[in-house]
Design a protein around this ligand. Structure first.
Ligand code: PMP
Length: 361
């Protein structure tokens, strides 16, 4: 597949080549079914096997306790910004949110439409170069829940610890680092993640919800926005994105075959270190995140000027390194290197960075 370029995009993002090839091979006729997966009913036996197989692998990978439900929802992680407070925050209640970047700010904005939000910690005055330390968090024991964003996709900062919320349910947006490393699910009451980085193409949002959270949804909630609907109907209340879930099923199988989350983390650490080592050894490149908070998934850095950053992105694209432009809200460079991103692509970027510094530094 020599014509595939390296895709550093933050999401939708690179998928495992083996998964693309299997999906391509079986696209017209799913073995034993006689129809394409694009054509089958979500009520068919064939799809039942796909979604149940997907859930089984997810449960195994995450080590999910039995009192957690797995949901496949639509509306993206952005819909969860609303569903979480609408379901978990009681009328007149409040919730704690930790603000670590653009995505937590978006979550906060929606929660404020439902109830009172306490910003229990923020690093905004430091331009979101790190996440707060445990002793910097001002948690309210009366809060309905505490919300964190485990990895800020735009700023490239990642929580390296699970905060202690002192018994208050912990909720996490894990959209951009889910399954990039082991996850201690039992510390969380609810975890959500848009699929289009580490899990699948765009179109589905994975939710883990602890059973006791379901009783909180208020009476009269809109059917589609109520977690109970999707638990009762096993994510098949309405038509789910069949093809996306099928590809997720293949990605989960691939992840299990690769050795699970511990092995994924080992590979991700190895890949990220290759780039961070170049940044650390250079005064030309400047990493955005503090060393103890830098993301394994989204490596963010600056060059001495915006002009050089523009040149860097342009020349990298010509060299087959695509999608390196930082998010429009912060600028700079961002290399997204999710599970499926190959190590040789990281090595190609590192060689390019060294050469660019040599010729432009
Ligand atoms: N949270 C995080 C951390 C994200 O990275 C993103 C998307 N990049 C979202 C939420 C929003 O996800 P979606 O586009 O699926 O609504």
């Amino acid at each position: 597949m020599s014509n595939r370029i390296y895709n550093f995009s933050a999401g939708p993002a690179v998928l495992p080549l083996a998964v693309l090839e299997e999906a391509q091979r079986d696209l017209v006729t799913l073995p034993g079914v006689g129809m394409s997966v694009l054509e089958i009913s979500h009520r068919s036996k064939a799809f039942d096997e796909i979604i149940l197989g997907c859930e089984a692998d997810i449960r195994q990978l995450a080590g999910l306790p039995d009192n957690y439900h797995v949901l496949f929802l639509q509306g993206g992680a952005s819909m969860q910004f609303s569903m979480v407070p609408m379901n978990l925050m009681p009328a007149g209640g409040e919730a704690d949110y930790v603000s670590t970047g653009s995505w937590s700010k978006k979550a906060i904005k929606e929660a404020q439409k439902v109830g009172q939000v306490n910003v229990a910690g923020t690093t905004e005055s430091e331009n979101f170069t790190r996440v707060p330390k445990q002793d910097e968090l001002k948690l309210d024991p009366q809060a309905a829940y505490v919300h964190i964003t485990t990895n800020e996709t735009i700023h490239g900062v990642e929580w390296k610890y699970d905060p202690d919320s002192a018994g208050v349910p912990l909720v996490a947006d894990a959209s951009s680092d889910i399954f990039g490393r082991p996850i201690d699910v039992k510390k969380y009451a609810l975890i959500y993640a848009g699929a289009q980085k580490n899990l699948a193409p765009a179109g589905v949002t994975l939710v883990f919800i602890r059973d006791d959270m379901l009783a909180r949804s208020p009476q009269g909630m809109h059917t589609m926005l109520d977690y109970n609907t999707h638990v009762k109907n096993k994510s098949l209340y309405n038509t789910p994105p069949v093809f996306t879930i099928y590809v997720m099923r293949l990605v989960m199988k691939w992840l299990v075959e690769q050795g699970g989350l511990a092995e994924a983390e080992r590979r991700n650490q190895e890949k990220a270190a290759l780039i961070y080592d170049v940044i650390d050894a250079s005064s030309f490149y400047r990493g955005h995140a503090q060393a103890d908070c830098r993301s394994l998934m989204n490596v963010t850095f600056r060059l001495p000027s915006e002009d050089l950053e523009k040149q860097f992105v342009g020349e990298a694209t010509k060299a087959g390194l695509d999608g390196l432009k930082g998010h429009r809200s912060v600028g700079g460079i961002r290399a997204s290197i999710y599970n499926a991103f190959p190590k040789d692509g990281v090595e190609a970027l590192v060689a390019f960075m060294k050469e660019f510094e040599r010729t432009h530094g």
